[in-house]
Design a protein around this ligand. Sequence first.
Ligand SMILES: Cc1cc2nc3c(=O)[nH]c(=O)nc-3n(C[C@H](O)[C@H](O)[C@H](O)COP(=O)(O)OP(=O)(O)OC[C@H]3O[C@@H](n4cnc5c(N)ncnc54)[C@H](O)[C@@H]3O)c2cc1C
Ligand SMILES: *[C@@H]1O[C@H](CO)[C@@H](O)[C@H](O)[C@H]1NC(C)=O
Ligand SMILES: *[C@@H]1O[C@H](CO)[C@@H](O)[C@H](O)[C@H]1NC(C)=O
Ligand SMILES: *[C@@H]1O[C@H](CO)[C@@H](O)[C@H](O)[C@H]1NC(C)=O
Ligand SMILES: *[C@@H]1O[C@H](CO)[C@@H](O)[C@H](O)[C@H]1NC(C)=O
Length: 485
Amino acid sequence: MRTAGADTKAATGHQASVLILGGGVAGVIAARTLHERGIANFTIVEAHGELGGRLHSESFGAPGRQVTLEMGANWVQGTQTGDGPANPIWTLAQKHGLKTQFNDWFGSILTFDKSGFVDYSDVFSTSEDAYENLTVLAGARVDQQLVDLTARAGYSLVGAKSTDAHAMASEYFQFDWEYAQTPDESSWIASSWGNNFTYDTDQGGFGDDNQMSIDQRGFKHLIQAEAAEFLQPHQTRFNAMVRRIAHRNDGVSITLDSGEVLHADYALCTFSLGVLQHDDVTFEPALPDWKQEAIQSMDMATYTKIFLQFPEDFWFDTEMALYADEERGRYPVWQSLDHVNFFPGSGIVFVTVTGDYSVRIEALPDAQVQAEVLSVLQAMFPNATVPAPSAFHFPRWHADPLFRGSYSNWPPSFFGQHQRNLRANVGPRLWFAGEATSEKYFGFLHGAYFEGLEIATAMAKCIKGGGCAGLENFPQVKNALPYMI
Ligand SMILES: Cc1cc2nc3c(=O)[nH]c(=O)nc-3n(C[C@H](O)[C@H](O)[C@H](O)COP(=O)(O)OP(=O)(O)OC[C@H]3O[C@@H](n4cnc5c(N)ncnc54)[C@H](O)[C@@H]3O)c2cc1C
Ligand SMILES: *[C@@H]1O[C@H](CO)[C@@H](O)[C@H](O)[C@H]1NC(C)=O
Ligand SMILES: *[C@@H]1O[C@H](CO)[C@@H](O)[C@H](O)[C@H]1NC(C)=O
Ligand SMILES: *[C@@H]1O[C@H](CO)[C@@H](O)[C@H](O)[C@H]1NC(C)=O
Ligand SMILES: *[C@@H]1O[C@H](CO)[C@@H](O)[C@H](O)[C@H]1NC(C)=O
C-alpha cells in the first residue's frame, strides 16, 4: 500500500521528520538507528529532563551516607558466553565503562521464615529443578502445537504443587521475582521463552550471569553516554509531556500539555504498555480495535524494591535471603547492599515485592509499609533488636503516569497475533516500539534495545522507499479451532 502524500521528500523538499516519543532505551536506540541511516531530522520528545526512562537512579541514605541506587532496572540479565551472542546492554556497559558486579542469586542465599533462620535449601533446589522442568515441557508443547496454558497449570502438570510457605517462597523466587506476576497470571509458553532466549545458550540465549550495576553515575549512564556520541541538543525536547497523538496518512501532530503542537511526517511511540493502557495519551483518531485489544490483553506488571538503611548491618552475610511468609509474596526476596561486593558499610538492605502486592503497598502510606517490613525483619532475626531505619524509600511505578507499572508480562490469553498487533504500526505514519513489543525479550532492557533497533530499521527503509504500509497486522484474532458446545 502506498498512500497519498507518502512521498516524504517530494512536495516540500524537506527531509522526512520523525518524532520519537519517549527517551528510554528504545527511543535512544531508535534515534541512533535513524542517525546511522542518514535520517537526521528527528526529535526525541521526553517528559523527564533526561534520557533513560526506566533506567532510573536516585540518591538514597541519610546525609553523609548516601549511595546512588537503582529504582528501576538494575541488572544486565544474561551477558555473553564465550564468543556466543552478546546481550547488547552488556556490550554498552563494557563500551562505556559501567561499573557492574556479578550477583550470585542462587549460590549466595540463606532461607528464613517467620521463626527466623531455617534451612530449607533442599526445597529451594527442588524448586529450581521444577522450574527447569516447566520450561522443558513448555517446549514440548510448542513442538506439538498444543495450546498455551497458565504457568500454574504447567507447574501442576510437572508435578510441582507448592503448598507450604517454604515451597511457595522458593517458587516465588524462581518465577514471580522475574516476571513480576504469579504463575497463575502468566503464560506457560511465553514465560519459558522469556527465560530461554535470555539465559539458555542452547536456545540462543546469552548465558546465565546477572551483572548488577553499582555505578555511581547510575545504570542510565550507559544509554546517556551512547546518546552523547551522536545526539545533538536540538534533537531532544525534554520536560515535554505528550497529551495527544493525531495521525493521518500524510503525517502526525503531537500535542504537548503546554498546548504546543509538533508536526512531523512520522511518529514512533515508545511509551510503556501501562501508559497506553491508561489513556494517559489520547489518539486521534482512536486506535483501531485490533490495536486496542492487543494493548489491553498484555499485562503491565509491577516490581517494587523497598530500600532501608540502618546504622549498621545486623542481617545475613550472603548477597541474598529468602523469607517464607504464610502469605505468598509477602516481603519475600531480600538483598544486602552492605555486602562486600556491593556497598560495604552502607547499612543498606532491600526487599522486593511484585504484582498485586506492589499495587497494595503503593496504596498504603510509607509509614505502614515500613512497619510491616520491620516486623518481617524482626521475625527473620528474632535475637536482634531491629532499630529504626535512618532512611526508607520505595518507588511507586504503578501509580506513575509516565510508566503505570514496571514492565510487561505475557498472560496465557495473549496470542501470537496479539503480539504482532501490539508491535504493528497504525496507518503509515504511527509506529510503536518498547520492551513490551518484543516477542523474545519482553520485560527486559535488551528487549527495549532490540525493538528500538528493529522498528527504526523498518521505518528508515520505509522512509527511504517513499512510504510503505509497514508491518502486518491481524484485524481479528480468532481461535485456532471453533469451540464445540
Ligand atoms: C523496577 C524495575 C526493575 C527492572 N529490572 C530490570 C532489570 O534488572 N533488567 C532488565 O533488563 N530490565 C529491567 N527492567 C525493565 C527495563 O527497565 C525496561 O524493559 C526498559 O527500560 C524499557 O525501556 P523502553 O524504552 O521500552 O521504555 P521506557 O524506559 O519506559 O521509555 C519510555 C519513555 O517515555 C516517557 N514518557 C512516557 N509517557 C510520556 C508522555 N506522555 N510524554 C512524554 N514522555 C513520556 C517516559 O518518561 C520514558 O522515559 C526493570 C524495570 C523496572 C521498572
Ligand atoms: C525537518 O522537518 C520539519 C517538520 O516537517 C520541516 O519543517 C523541516 O524543513 C525539516 N528539515 C529539513 C532539514 O529537512
Ligand atoms: C524434573 O524432571 C525430571 C525428569 O523427568 C524428574 O526426574 C524430576 O523429579 C523433576 N523434578 C521436579 C522437581 O519436578
Ligand atoms: C527451553 O529450553 C529447554 C532447555 O534447552 C528446552 O528443552 C525447551 O524446549 C525450551 N522451551 C521453550 C518453550 O522453548
Ligand atoms: C537466638 O537466641 C536463642 C536463645 O538464646 C538461641 O538458642 C538461638 O540459637 C539464637 N538464634 C540465633 C539465630 O542466633
